[in-house]
Design a protein around this ligand. Structure first.
Ligand SMILES: NC(=O)c1ccc[n+]([C@@H]2O[C@H](COP(=O)([O-])OP(=O)(O)OC[C@H]3O[C@@H](n4cnc5c(N)ncnc54)[C@H](O)[C@@H]3O)[C@@H](O)[C@H]2O)c1
Ligand SMILES: O=c1ccn([C@@H]2O[C@H](COP(=O)(O)OP(=O)(O)O[C@H]3O[C@H](CO)[C@@H](O)[C@H](O)[C@H]3O)[C@@H](O)[C@H]2O)c(=O)[nH]1
Length: 456
């Protein structure tokens, strides 16, 4: 099929690559000319495992093209995916300006029957707004091309995006019941057939329910994490190991063992903004979601837990100390630092006068960009932040190591070397990577999340 993807970010680029991989002719559009130039020169603007290779393969086969030409994009695809950002507005609601701009562009240039698919995460009712935006442009042009707007939210996780897309748990899509909607549903089923070989993955529903499903999924996952983080904080006070509790409750299939890890808070471009947007929708309808208010408040507090542990151990004035920080991305296997807990921690340490040396296996370029912005008004703090070329270099002569992201490379370091490199054998671990008993044996003082130092 002929497919156009509008927006070549994490979702658009992965969607485009995977649909090209299954043989479709894919045209990717973005307003950011530098991204399109990079893609046309063989580069990839984001880090996502396997993406570079998949794009190369499909580019060589002539199945994927990149352009800033919206008119050509609107003409190319029978199915047009909108995969642009929906960042939080000032009041927490999803900012739909990019989605509606893409819709207007489609209306200005479409040239026949089109299926327009909302892939972006958008509030209930957005498909209708997209529909009106396109219809208004068609009316302006005095043409009457038929079209249908479909909701097809995306559930991929960064760092595992290709696998999630190629082998999805489910593909949710919502279509209208009118003639164009039925035609659109048929085209969606054909497009996704290669990802639905067992005939169990496609979940068709009405448009509004599909829109809501995305927010419900992220809100449920965020709730699990805040629940575990709050229990972890209690566990520390009463001599309980949260990791043992996780194993114990996770064995119940009604709870499940996945996505139950306590840590230093959830980040990323999705959970924080989607929890906020759903709360906003709820309060607009006078149905406040009290659980989600708590989920958000717990997460904001959890991002400060490492700082609190450091202050409890070393004092409020940290100007005599230098900290090594391992992990900057909001999770492993991505370069994405949007809402990353590392940013909250590093800002707090610098504000308390500390020196900080950071290391991340992939996100170093992004970190330089992000901290240049975060610290632009604070040159003295900025001067106390340095970037290491490898993990042990960050640790050398540091007063403590703080682990913020659970990259594989941090899971089994040479502990003897680590101990020797640190000025003080002191670790604060926001991701519970190490065994407290083993740290005891190595005479490393170890502070983790919700764990005791009792040998297991
Ligand atoms: N990142 C994820 O893991 C993930 C997963 C599932 C769903 N989502 C949702 O998907 C959407 C996109 O997220 P993302 O992380 O890919 O965003 P992103 O910021 O990485 O990419 C968005 C892209 O859209 C482009 N763009 C903006 N306006 C445009 C326009 N009018 N025409 C063409 N291009 C335009 C931007 O230049 C940018 O390259 C969001 O709604 C997000 O909530 C994200
Ligand atoms: O047990 C866990 C699991 C995750 N996290 C944290 O939660 C955040 C989000 O992680 P993850 O969900 O793996 O990454 P995302 O790429 O943000 O993916 C989420 O957000 C996407 C965008 O909406 C959805 O498509 C995905 O299904 C959903 O998992 C990260 O900071 C993790 O460190 C924990 O603290 N404990």
């Amino acid at each position: 099929m002929k497919i156009t993807i509008i927006g070549t970010g994490y979702v658009g680029l992965v969607t485009g690559a995977c649909l090209a991989e299954t043989g479709n002719s894919v045209f990717c559009i973005d307003v950011a000319a530098h991204k399109i130039d990079l893609l046309n020169n063989g580069g990839v603007p984001i880090y996502e495992p396997g993406l570079q290779e998949m794009l190369e393969r499909n580019r060589a086969a002539g199945r994927i093209h990149f352009s800033t030409d919206l008119a050509a994009g609107a003409a190319h695809g029978d199915i047009l995916f909108i995969a642009v950002g929906t960042p939080p507005d000032e009041d927490g609601s999803a900012d739909l300006q990019y989605v509606l701009a893409a819709a207007r562009n489609i209306g200005q240039h479409m040239n026949g029957f089109k299926v327009i698919v909302n892939k972006s995460t958008v509030p209930v009712g957005t498909a209708q707004r997209v529909q009106h935006a396109i219809a208004a442009e068609l009316a302006e042009r005095a043409v009457a091309h038929p079209f249908s707007v479909v909701s097809n939210p995306e559930f991929l996780k960064e760092g595992a995006a290709l696998d999630d897309f190629m082998r999805p748990d489910r593909i949710v899509f919502g279509c209208d019941k009118d003639q164009n909607g039925v035609r659109a549903a048929g085209m969606m089923k054909s497009l996704y057939a290669p990802f639905n070989r067992d005939h169990e993955r496609l979940l068709q529903m009405d448009v509004r329910s599909a829109e809501m499903t995305k927010y419900a999924a992220n809100a449920m996952l965020a709730t699990r994490i805040s629940f575990m983080n709050e229990l972890a904080n209690l566990a520390e006070c009463i001599g309980v190991d949260i990791d043992a509790v996780r194993a114990g409750i996770g064995a119940d299939p009604r709870i499940g063992k996945h996505f139950l890890y306590a840590g230093c808070g959830y980040g990323g471009s999705c959970f924080p903004k989607d929890v906020q947007a759903l709360m906003r929708t709820a309060s607009e309808h006078d149905q406040p979601l009290r659980i989600l208010s708590a989920v958000e408040a717990v997460n904001d507090a959890q991002k400060q837990v490492l700082e609190q542990k450091i202050v409890a151990r070393l004092g409020a004035d940290l100007s005599a100390f230098r900290f090594a920080v391992w992990g900057l991305a909001f999770k492993p296997d991505t370069d994405d630092m949007r809402e990353a807990p590392s940013r909250v921690l590093i800002a707090a340490l610098l504000a308390r006068g500390a020196k900080v040396t950071v290391y991340d296996p992939i996100a170093m370029d992004e970190a330089r960009r992000v901290f240049a912005l975060d610290l632009q008004a604070e040159p003295t703090a900025s001067a106390r932040l340095s970037f290491a070329a490898e993990p042990m270099q960050a640790v050398e002569g540091a007063d403590a190591l703080v682990v913020v992201t659970e990259w594989n490379a941090f899971k089994s370091p040479d502990f003897q070397l680590l101990r020797a490199q640190l000025k003080t054998p002191l670790i604060f671990d926001g991701r519970n990577l190490y065994e407290p008993a083993a740290m005891n044996a190595l005479e490393i003082e170890y502070h983790a999340i919700g764990r005791t130092d009792e040998p297991l």
